[in-house]
Design a protein around this ligand. Structure first.
Ligand code: HEC
Ligand code: HEC
Length: 311
């Protein structure tokens, strides 16, 4: 009830004001250490980091598919299937915590979870150091960039330095936010208006258009798909946190299907309809759903370049 009320109040509030400042454009200049990021990029895409040498971070976070994969659930080492849809790694540096339930406080904690989790890369800390020290490229790069050479801390540091570079600025919508009012056409502007008036913006806001709060999936109407996934409750063990998940970023959303932590929404229309029904208790016309979709399409940004190469 509390959340129903707050969403109603917030959506009234947002539709009555010029809400552009609730979403801010991505920074165009991002700070990261280039050499460590290049090493991190190599590690990110190298199956050497998994126990059986078959899986890299990129297996589930394809850099060509906007940082996610196209599966409902991803396969880790030994064909083990996960239970959560892989989110994008693009712009994840701007999330206030990592993972659907926020159990990783930052990217470093998150990268360790992927590396050592038995259903992901199942790596062993002694084994990974041995493998990298036996590799001519890694041995040399680590000793050039870090005084103590190959260590778990340095492996994680390099990967995270690369992740900091995975920012996708200059989407049509960011250009619009920066004052280029022609960057969106009339239909896209209508979609943005609806995004505010339906109240989507009450949960999806900030620089990542998400990533800055936990909200219940099923805020208005119970979402039955989540029976076995408790979200934030995993971390806090408070009953009130059951079915709360980190509100995901909507940046590059047109490219990261399927959607939701359970991968149950196969396309963008599905995801929009689920949001309207379960998060807002609204029924929208086909036309409005189409406008919302056109707006979401404007959130696709440009991939940054590392040493002149697109990541
Ligand atoms: C087998 C597939 C798989 C591999 C390999 C994998 N990930 Fe993930 N990644 C996932 C899934 C699934 C989630 C969501 C899990 C959850 O929330 O419980 C995730 C979540 C993340 C997130 C959090 C994003 C957010 O919005 O919360 C980041 C960052 C990330 N992975 C980076 C990495 C890095 C770095 C590596 C390599 C060290 C890696 N991943 C390897 C599947 C994978
Ligand atoms: C009450 C908060 C709330 C409102 C309002 C809301 N959302 Fe969401 N949205 C969420 C949460 C939480 C998730 C993640 C749910 C999950 O999978 O566990 C989500 C997920 C999504 C996704 C899928 C993202 C992905 O990467 O899987 C899309 C797309 C989306 N929302 C768009 C919208 C649109 C469009 C509206 C308005 C019609 C809207 N949302 C309204 C909280 C909200």
């Amino acid at each position: 009830m509390k959340s129903v009320f707050s969403i109603l109040v917030l959506s009234l509030f947002f539709s009555s004001m010029k809400a552009t400042e609730l979403i801010t454009p991505l920074p165009q200049n991002i700070k990261y250490d280039k050499n460590r990021a290049i090493l991190g990029k190599k590690l990110f895409s190298d199956p050497i980091l998994s126990l059986d040498g078959t899986i890299s971070c990129e297996s589930c976070h394809s850099l060509k598919q906007s940082g996610a994969d196209d599966k409902k659930f991803s396969y880790g080492v030994g064909g083990k299937i996960g239970t959560m849809n892989s989110p994008t790694v693009f712009n994840s540096v701007f999330n206030f915590s990592q993972l659907w339930d926020g159990r990783a406080k930052d990217l470093k904690t998150q990268a360790k979870i992927s590396l050592f989790s038995s259903t992901v890369m199942a790596m062993d800390s002694i084994e990974v150091i041995k493998k990298l020290k036996n590799d001519i490229y890694y041995k040399k790069e680590f000793s050039t960039l870090y005084p103590d050479g190959v260590t778990i801390k340095n492996i994680i540091d390099a990967i995270v330095e690369f992740e900091k570079a995975l920012v996708t600025p200059n989407s049509k919508f960011d250009k619009f936010l920066r004052g280029d009012l022609n960057a969106l056409n009339e239909q896209e502007k209508q979609g943005y208006k609806l995004f505010k008036s339906y109240g989507c913006i009450s949960c999806h806001n900030g620089v990542n258009i998400g990533g800055n709060l936990y909200q219940k999936l099923g805020a208005i109407k119970p979402y039955l798909g989540t029976k076995n996934q408790f979200g934030r409750y995993n971390v806090t063990k408070n009953d009130e946190d059951k079915y709360y998940f980190k509100v995901p970023t909507l940046r590059n959303i047109a490219q990261t299907a399927p959607y939701l932590h359970d991968g149950n929404a196969t396309d963008l229309e599905d995801a929009i309809e689920i949001m309207l029904e379960y998060q807002l208790g609204r029924v929208a016309s086909r036309e409005d759903i189409e406008y919302l979709k056109l707006f979401l399409n404007t959130l696709t940004g440009k991939r940054a370049k590392i040493l002149g190469e697109e990541f």
